[in-house]
Structure formats: structure tokens, C-alpha cells
Write a protein that binds this ligand. Structure first.
Ligand code: HPA
Length: 277
């Protein structure tokens, strides 16, 4: 058995000593969404620090805990704060919380993030449904001994983002009158923002938005057979497209400004997904 799988099993055991809630949906909260969990029925919380051998978030504005509870009647586990590759963790550590939520029974992974727009038809405050991704300059989380208990050595990635889940999110947005863009998310390592030349190159490659998370998490979830969906909040125009300099504060500010609509869309989407699972 791989060392990573043993580490995951230890965390499963610890969490099971705290709660027997079996989540249907695993939700990862991106920048500006941290307080989403305040609006749900919470059953229990587990700080990442309580788990042995587990990565802990070091980014301002990112708490680090799992919240177990219900969005209306849909059982969920929520990651309030994620860990990023730029924090110095290996990619296989970055995806540990995702794999853990899958092992706890979540059938669906709902990823959210803030991103910079490369596509000039997008603007800050827009929401984008992830249709596909490009992982660039960040190694695959599946490198190393394959964890056979989770999935196969060479997994297919031709539909990482489930068309079925995407349709639920599309329908939820339409029913609420919330506009929704669709496109390809490109994950870079960060922590620096990109240069204008990099952004031009990523645009040619087919990316609509750029960010520092998400794609590696989607790969790990797809490997273990979870259905994946993703929603991005456009917090800024990417470098060189906007004339202003980029800051983490700008990202947080825009994400917080549109958070009320983003949260309503997440809830409505989870309800539709919950019924379908
Ligand atoms: N680049 C990378 N990551 C980001 C950005 C960006 O412009 N905005 C929010 N996350």
C-alpha cells in the first residue's frame, strides 16, 4: 500500500471518529467565498491542523478546515481554504484534501476559484463555468507510485468536467437570471502574477482565464472517479489586458463584491446536483 494512501486512511479514520456524515457533494471554496459555510447547517468541523501529516493553508484569507453539514437537505463536505502548490507543498499533498473527501464518500467535486480573464469578452465580476482546463508548469498530482485503490495508472482526461453537472449549473444560473460565461481555465504555479507575454501565449493556447489552483484538484478527483464541476469568479483582467498592476487585494475585493450572487448560484446548483446524484 502506498505511503500516501496510508496517510489518507489515517485522516479518514480520524474524521470518522468525529462525524459519520456521508457527503454527496464536496465543495471547495475559493477566494472571497470563505463565509459561504456560515449560511449552511453545520454538523461538525475539522481543522486541517487536527489531522496528522496533513497540509495546512498559509494564504491570508484562506482558513483551513473541513465543514460537514447540509445545504438544505444535501449532505456536503466543504473545504474552507485550500492549499496551493506555490505554498511549497508537493502536488500530491495539494490534492490530499480532495482525495480525502472522495474517500469519505463524496461522488461529486464542486470547485470554485477566483481567476484573471484572458478572454476580452469577460469582465471582472463575471462567473465562468469550467468546460476544460490546461495544467501548465505544475506537475500532475498523479506522479509517483499509482494509488491503485483510487484509480488506474493512466486515467482518461477527455471529460474532466462533467457535462451533466455543467448542465445543472447552467440551468440554475438561467433560472436565477445570473449570467454565466463558459471556458477553459489554465492553472499556473504562481505565486507571482503573469507577465503580459505569458498571458498572450496562454490566450493563443486556448485559455480563457488563468489562476493558481483547481486543475490539479480536478485531475485527482477524476482519477478516483468523482464527477467534477467548476465555477470561476473573474476577479480581474489578466496582466497586459488590464493596464493596472495586479494585487491579491484586488482579487479579494472583486471576489467579495460578487460573493452574494456567487453563493446563491452555488447553493442552487448543489440542490439540482443533489437531486440528480
Ligand atoms: N492570475 C493568476 N491567478 C489569479 C489571477 C490572475 O490574474 N486572478 C486571480 N487569480
Amino acid at each position: 500500500m502506498s505511503t500516501m494512501y496510508k496517510r489518507l486512511q489515517k485522516s479518514v479514520k480520524f474524521i470518522r471518529s468525529k462525524t459519520d456524515l456521508k457527503p454527496k457533494v464536496a465543495l471547495v471554496l475559493g477566494s472571497g467565498l470563505g463565509d459561504y459555510a456560515d449560511g449552511i447547517t453545520i454538523e461538525s468541523t475539522v481543522n486541517y491542523q487536527e489531522l496528522e501529516d496533513f497540509p495546512v493553508s498559509t494564504v491570508p484569507g484562506h482558513k483551513g478546515r473541513f465543514i460537514f453539514g447540509y445545504v438544505h437537505d444535501v449532505p456536503v463536505v466543504i473545504m474552507q481554504g485550500r492549499v496551493h502548490y506555490y505554498e511549497g507543498y508537493s502536488v500530491s499533498e495539494v490534492v490530499m484534501p480532495i482525495r480525502l473527501m472522495g474517500l469519505l464518500g463524496a461522488k461529486c467535486l464542486f470547485l470554485t476559484n477566483a481567476s484573471g480573464a484572458i478572454n476580452r469578452d469577460f469582465k471582472p465580476g463575471d462567473f465562468m463555468l469550467l468546460r476544460d482546463h490546461i495544467l501548465l508548469g505544475v506537475p500532475s498530482p498523479l506522479i509517483g507510485l499509482n494509488i491503485d485503490e483510487l484509480g488506474v495508472r493512466f486515467p482518461d482526461m477527455s471529460e474532466v468536467y462533467s457535462g451533466e453537472l455543467a448542465e445543472h449549473i447552467r440551468n440554475a444560473a438561467a433560472a436565477m437570471g445570473i449570467g454565466l460565461k463558459e471556458g477553459t481555465y489554465l492553472q499556473v504555479s504562481g505565486p507571482n502574477f503573469e507577465t503580459p507575454a505569458e498571458i498572450r501565449a496562454y490566450g493563443v493556447m486556448g485559455a480563457d482565464v488563468v489562476g493558481m489552483s483547481t486543475a490539479c484538484e480536478a485531475v485527482a478527483a477524476n482519477h478516483m472517479g468523482m464527477k467534477v464541476c467548476g465555477l470561476s469568479c473573474i476577479s480581474n483582467m489578466a496582466a497586459g489586458i488590464s493596464t493596472s498592476k495586479l494585487t491579491h487585494e484586488e482579487v479579494q475585493e472583486t471576489a467579495s463584491r460578487v460573493a452574494p450572487d456567487f453563493k446563491r448560484l452555488i447553493t442552487a446548483s448543489i440542490l439540482r446536483i443533489g437531486i440528480s446524484l
